[in-house]
Design a protein around this ligand. Structure first.
Ligand code: ATP
Ligand code: MG
Length: 260
């Protein structure tokens, strides 16, 4: 492949993504892509399908229809003469390594300290040796500003610190893309800033990121593009200035009137 071709392949792409729960369609043909180094913020009302889209992209749940590609290769399922063939759990586990996900709730292991929580990602998922894992984990904790909290257990850390450990845990695997699902929504207001700062640094460092968020300031500052999701489809996508100051769709104007 020529360099040019490599550069034009989206890091993550979904096309015609469909998902229903109990007969109710939640994703209705979502088209979305992100290129290397891009940051996309996703906004939208509750229940519009934002988390579902991220869970499908992270291969935590199978899609009913549509395709997901990472660096140009289809993941999650193959087309078997027009019928969708979901990949085996073993194959999914390998594919998942390249996609980092951070949730609203941090889901750290309460019996492991900050360092061990990050180490575990490496030793369990990537089968990295203990010594190298500890070194890499410590570097990541430093990167999220927690180099001095490595021995603290989750119960001894603030929500903002716990979320930063969760970010370090995802980052240490060197994912090709990071998916964030409302990473600051469960935090006390005074702890939101420290997590957003870590995310802004990541964005500035060239990480490819999809961030579902209500934080307009973050979206304005850090995102290359802002997306409005509504009722299982993407309504509008534009660069932040356009999106917030000159939205084209009535639905976006309506949504923003509640957010501002
Ligand atoms: N596992 C599930 N089983 C059944 N219904 C589900 C499941 N997950 C999500 N849903 C439904 O799918 C719809 C979309 O949910 P989703 O969590 O993706 O929305 P969201 O945009 O992330 O909302 P929020 O902003 O509140 O997080 C909702 O109506 C929800 O009830
Ligand atoms: Mg959600």
């Amino acid at each position: 492949m020529s360099t040019e071709t490599v550069n034009t392949v989206p890091t993550l792409q979904v096309s015609n993504l469909h998902k229903a729960y109990n007969g109710t369609e939640v994703l209705k043909g979502v088209e979305f892509q992100i290129n290397k180094g891009q940051v996309k913020a996703v906004l939208g009302p509750s229940g519009s399908g934002k988390s579902t889209m991220l869970r499908l992209m992270a291969l935590l749940e199978p899609a009913d229809r549509g395709e997901i590609s990472l660096d140009g290769n289809r993941i999650g399922a193959s087309d078997n003469n027009g019928r969708i063939a979901h990949h085996s759990e073993r194959r999914l586990a390998v594919q998942r390594r390249d996609i980092g996900m951070v949730f609203q709730r941090f889901n750290l292991f309460p019996h492991l300290n900050a360092l061990e929580n990050v180490v575990l990602a490496l030793t369990e998922v990537q089968k990295v040796g203990k010594a190298e894992a500890r070194e890499r984990a410590f570097m990541m904790l430093n990167k999220v500003g927690l180099g001095d909290r490595d021995r603290h257990f989750p119960s001894e850390l603030s929500g903002g610190q716990q979320q930063r450990v969760a970010i370090a845990r995802a980052l240490v695997l060197n994912p090709h893309v990071m998916l964030f699902d409302e990473p600051t929504s469960a935090l006390d207001p005074e702890l939101v800033g420290e997590v957003l700062e870590v995310m802004e640094n990541l964005a500035a460092g060239g990480m490819t990121m999809i961030v579902v968020t209500h934080e307009v300031k973050f979206a304005r500052r850090a995102a290359d593009e802002v997306t409005l999701f509504d009722s299982g489809v993407i309504v509008e996508q534009a660069e932040p200035g356009e999106f917030f100051d000159n939205p084209q769709h009535e639905r976006t104007k309506q949504f923003l009137s509640h957010v501002h």
